[in-house]
Design a protein around this ligand. Structure first.
Ligand SMILES: *[C@@H]1O[C@H](CO)[C@@H](O)[C@H](O)[C@H]1NC(C)=O
Ligand SMILES: *[C@@H]1O[C@H](CO)[C@@H](O)[C@H](O)[C@H]1NC(C)=O
Ligand SMILES: *[C@@H]1O[C@H](CO)[C@@H](O)[C@H](O)[C@H]1NC(C)=O
Ligand SMILES: *[C@@H]1O[C@H](CO)[C@@H](O)[C@H](O)[C@H]1NC(C)=O
Ligand SMILES: *[C@@H]1O[C@H](CO)[C@@H](O)[C@H](O)[C@H]1NC(C)=O
Length: 942
């Protein structure tokens, strides 16, 4: 027997040359954290029928003492699952290679429906990206892929210096087919499928990867206790579900089968599985990963980075870059579920204003509707439009909620939203008429299905609801028209779309929890069929009350698509995604402005049209921490406009928690305080201590908005993250790889919040670099080590990284006012006594100012002239790079002051304004009065 590693190392590596190798596995390898469970759901359920006899009957190995996995796949060459190489079908023109594989004989099927013949295709997109796909022979990659457009470059053969090398085994000696992707520069294995178990069946697909390190990030949307994954056989279900984040790796609202790995040398790569079916991803201590999914193809994209930010740029280059949020949407926002009328909202806005706390946006949840029906106003909210118009004058923006489910039984008022939807044929229907229940109207007239074959469920409105199919053009047209009509009544500025997994209450149970008690019990009950009850039900269904995929949602046999081409089963994870673009377009059509949409259910590319909040969290300290993890993950997923409900949604918040949360929330890209029904108000003016800490933190946010907005510009144009983990800036710092209690805004601002109760001494980490305290400008004495900072209740630690210039603007009570204030800047010098930064500026709300060139882009720098080791002159410089508009307000504003951190000695003079110099080595330059639309220099003479 050969040692695998030796054999592989012996092979000469040549770009994109596919080298057949023989791999023979030893049984002994099976204990090194690489057990692939044959029946993982039975293991999790501790199902007693998973005994040795059953396990062995499926050709698996049984180990009663197995701690995490008892019944697992054999790796032994002759008996293992998977496929064998049959032939190389086409070596292509160097842009792809295709192989014919044949299912290995003599292995039982785990879940049935295995395809005997399978194609394997690798497509090359130049030197930094490739794609590999397994699909049923006779089908195609396109046949299996979700109906989500990707921005794919034209395939091109990799060069001799490509970042990757692919090697494919041809399993000549009867071993299973596998392949390896290596990073050329380090010879590091990026991904290796040798762990076995490759399965391509009609409703069960499985593949495992050995990974180069245990520093694994991403995969969502789940509740994760840490940003770097726990590799000890943790199973993460991916299936859009109306599931509040809580404890354990539950599947939440969105689907993001994307991960990143940080390799030992600091290089990173990312892998995206392009599949919209329910997926389970299991970590392996080996380290590795197993994917299990129930349809579509195994269609993976690999992004080679090598910098962590490069990986996100490459990924978002394919799925689409984020929308540019309106400037005002970076301001502070207040919401709650449980306002009893417009008066409640007025009180919140007034007390926030009176407390001197900035606010840009006020929300209304479903309370504002007439019995929770979209596009209506309830009796105590009839004056909401007046309030919104009156507040708009001062600059307050308004965002109402919309749910996708439409009440089909509205009787108290004429409800054209539904009748228009019926006329448009807008709703999801049953796959075929025979599946439609309750068609006998004689027994229980209440239960009668009145709407042809529309699938009905029950959500918030007081009547059965239908679910619009946003894949249909007619549905999109109808939705935008309803949005426009509603805007004529209530002039909103943005839209919040919720419940779009889609949520349906208590599906398959006797009746929804909120069903009218006076009516005969009714509910959506999904007929038993191959789609609602697939052979492998996934962890999502297995954990649910009813053990069905349709738990909390509609039936998988729903029919969708312009030409009825989709089963809900295949596009369930795209429901929220499909609603998002028409909502964004509807918003822009109705308002004529850029606006912003936030959506609960997301899929790769949702960021093009919306941001996201982390859902119905709980007012717990634990949720304060997980909000950072979730925000970092969504930045990897290309949805950087992200934040959690500040102070927590469920249960009453406490004063101290809310104070700490307002401080942290002031640094979410999307900063909104939101609260649930039946809880005490928690908007920041409620407690004087919280009001005071909020004022301080939000004033800093508002001052830094020009920097934050510029980060969004970069995210929008080049795909970088807005908030990012420490390892993205310090990829070779092993300590940084596991830090998730601190994070960055862009490359330059380090945020270190207190996340536990009664803590005022914060243990934190400072990567080796030059750091300045944001509040004092004082240089930190040590770095590259653990630190402890005194952090009283009203403080959040902020540090500016040496080498960067942060543009700021004096704060105000909202962005309409702050945008009229002069600029200021922080110049934080690095060890070379230099710094640089930039500013993107436009009017903040015109649609697409970038491609229409209605913006300014400005660079700042500071450098010193050194003669004989002595600084004689420092020059602070502003250069307008792009100046395409004269009407965005910038021409009236000045750069009026600058703080230079880390200046070795006081200047003798400057050529503009006045200055002082403190023993903290901070120079304060003021009365500069430099223009913002033309170049200038401020010269410091030492
Ligand atoms: C194997 O390849 C040969 C030709 O290369 C083809 O005739 C045969 O059908 C293939 N078998 C399978 C099982 O794919
Ligand atoms: C309707 O769809 C179900 C589920 O796919 C299927 O079992 C049934 O045969 C179909 N009925 C007809 C009449 O096509
Ligand atoms: C639906 O809209 C798309 C995009 O606007 C268009 O290409 C397509 O032809 C439309 N289909 C129908 C049936 O109207
Ligand atoms: C919140 O506290 C109030 C009393 O201040 C109480 O009436 C209410 O039930 C509490 N809500 C929850 C969800 O615990
Ligand atoms: C924080 O202090 C309060 C008041 O002393 C106490 O009731 C609470 O248990 C403390 N919490 C923790 C986590 O120590």
């Amino acid at each position: 027997m050969f040692q695998i590693s030796k054999l592989r190392n012996a092979v000469v590596l040549i770009a994109a040359v596919i080298i057949p190798i023989i791999i023979v596995y030893a049984e002994a390898e099976q204990d090194s954290g690489n057990r692939i469970a044959c029946f993982p759901l039975m293991e999790i359920d501790n199902d007693q029928t998973l005994d040795s006899a059953f396990c062995q009957s499926k050709g698996c190995i049984y180990d009663d003492a197995g701690e995490n996995v008892k019944c697992y796949l054999p790796l032994d060459g002759s008996k293992s699952y998977g496929y064998q190489h049959n032939s190389t079908v086409n070596a292509g023109d160097g842009t792809y290679i295709e192989h014919q594989l044949q299912r290995r004989q003599d292995t039982p099927s785990l879940y049935g429906g295995d395809y005997e013949k399978v194609k394997f295709k690798v497509t090359f997109y130049g030197d930094k990206m490739l794609r590999f796909t397994f699909y049923q022979d006779g089908s195609s990659i396109e046949n299996n892929q979700p109906p989500v457009g990707l921005n794919l470059p034209i395939p091109t053969a990799p060069s001799d210096t490509s970042d990757y090398i692919v090697k494919i085994s041809d399993s000549i000696e009867g071993g299973p087919f596998d392949f390896v992707i290596r990073r050329r520069s380090t010879d590091q294995i990026i991904l290796d499928t040798k762990l076995g178990g490759l399965t391509i069946a009609k409703q069960f697909l499985m593949i495992s990867f050995a990974l180069p390190s245990e520093h694994l990030y991403g995969i969502g949307e789940n509740t994760h206790d840490s940003f770097a994954h726990n590799m000890n056989y943790k199973m993460h279900p991916i299936f859009a579900r109306d599931q509040p984040p809580g404890d354990g790796e539950m599947n939440l609202y969105g689907s993001h089968p994307f991960y990143m790995v940080s390799e030992d040398d600091g290089s990173s790569h990312g892998v995206f599985l392009f599949n919209s079916h329910a997926i389970d991803v299991t970590t392996l201590p080996y380290p590795g990963l197993t994917y299990r999914t129930i349809g579509g193809g195994l269609d993976f994209f690999v992004f080679l980075g090598p910098k962590p930010e490069d990986v996100v740029k490459q990924y978002t280059g394919v799925i689409g870059r984020t929308m540019m949020p309106a400037y005002w949407s970076l301001g502070f926002q207040i919401s709650r579920y449980g306002y009893t009328g417009t008066n409640d909202i007025r009180e919140v806005v007034e007390r926030t204003h009176n407390a001197g706390i900035p606010q840009d946006v006020q929300y209304a949840d479903i309370d504002h509707m007439d019995n929770q029906a979209d596009f209506t106003l309830g009796p105590t909210f009839l004056d909401l439009p007046e309030f919104v118009k009156e507040q708009a004058v001062g600059g307050l923006r308004f965002i109402p909620i919309l749910d996708p489910a439409i009440n089909t039984e509205k009787t108290n008022i004429d409800y054209p939203t539904h009748t228009n939807a019926m006329l448009a044929g807008a709703y999801i229907t049953w796959f075929n008429d025979t599946l439609q229940p309750n068609s006998d109207c004689s027994a229980f007239p209440d239960d009668c299905q009145p709407l042809d074959n529309v699938m009905l469920g029950y959500v918030w409105p007081d009547g059965r609801t239908a679910f619009p199919d946003f894949f249909k053009n007619e549905t999109q047209v109808w939705w935008k028209k309803e949005m426009k009509t509603f805007h004529d009544l209530l002039p909103y500025d943005g839209i919040w779309i919720d419940m779009n997994e889609p949520a349906a209450f208590d599906t398959n149970k006797e009746k929804p929890f909120n069903y009218p008690p006076d009516k005969h019990p009714w509910n959506l009950i999904c007929p038993v069929n191959e789609w609602d009850d697939p052979p492998y039900i996934t962890l999502s269904a297995s954990r649910s009350d009813t053990n069905r995929l349709s738990d909390k949602t509609i039936c998988m046999v729903g029919r969708q698509g312009q030409n009825d081409e989709h089963l809900h089963y295949a596009v369930h994870n795209l429901y929220g995604w499909s609603q998002t673009k028409p909502t964004y377009e509807g918003l822009q059509a109705a308002t004529g402005k850029r606006g912003v949409v936030i959506t609960r259910s997301t899929f790769p590319s949702s960021g093009k049209h919306a941001g996201h909040w982390l859902g119905d969290n709980t007012s717990r300290w634990k949720d304060l921490h997980s909000s950072i993890i979730g925000s970092l993950e969504f930045n990897l997923f290309g949805i950087p406009y992200i934040g959690a409900d500040i102070c927590g949604f469920f249960v009453n918040s406490t004063e101290q928690l809310c104070e700490r949360w307002m401080e942290l929330g002031a640094f979410y890209p999307f900063a909104r305080n939101h609260n649930s029904l039946g809880t005490d108000p928690q908007d920041p003016a409620i407690w004087p201590s919280v009001a005071s800490a909020s004022r301080t933190a939000l004033n800093i946010r508002y001052r830094l908005l020009p920097y934050l907005y510029t980060l969004f510009y970069h995210s929008h144009t080049s795909g970088s993250t807005v908030v990012r983990p420490l390892y993205h800036e310090y990829p070779t710092d092993v300590r940084a790889k596991s830090i998730d209690g601190q994070f960055f805004w862009g490359p330059a601002l380090l945020i270190s919040p207190v996340l536990t109760e009664n803590t005022t001494q914060l243990g934190a980490y400072l990567p080796a670099d030059t750091w300045y305290d944001y509040y004092t400008g004082k240089k930190e004495e040590t770095s590259g080590t653990d630190v402890t900072w005194n952090t009283p209740l009203d403080k959040i630690n902020l540090h500016v990284r040496g080498g960067y210039i942060l543009p700021q603007q004096l704060e105000a009570l909202n962005t309409k006012l702050s945008r009229q204030n002069n600029f200021t800047m922080i110049v934080a010098l690095n060890s070379d006594k230099a710094a640089a930064g930039d500013l993107f500026w436009d009017d903040g709300e015109t649609i697409d100012t970038i491609s229409t060139k209605q913006y300014h882009y400005i660079r700042f720098s500071y450098t010193e002239t050194i003669v004989n080791g002595v600084a004689i002159e420092g020059v602070l410089n502003m250069q307008v790079q792009v100046n395409t508009s004269s009407s965005n307000g910038l021409e009236y504003l000045k750069m009026d002051s600058a703080l230079i951190y880390g200046l070795e000695k006081s200047p003798k003079s400057i050529n503009a304004g006045i200055f002082d110099f403190a023993d903290t080595k901070v120079a304060n330059l003021f009365n500069l009065a430099r223009p913002m639309t033309s170049n200038w220099e401020v010269v410091l003479t030492f």
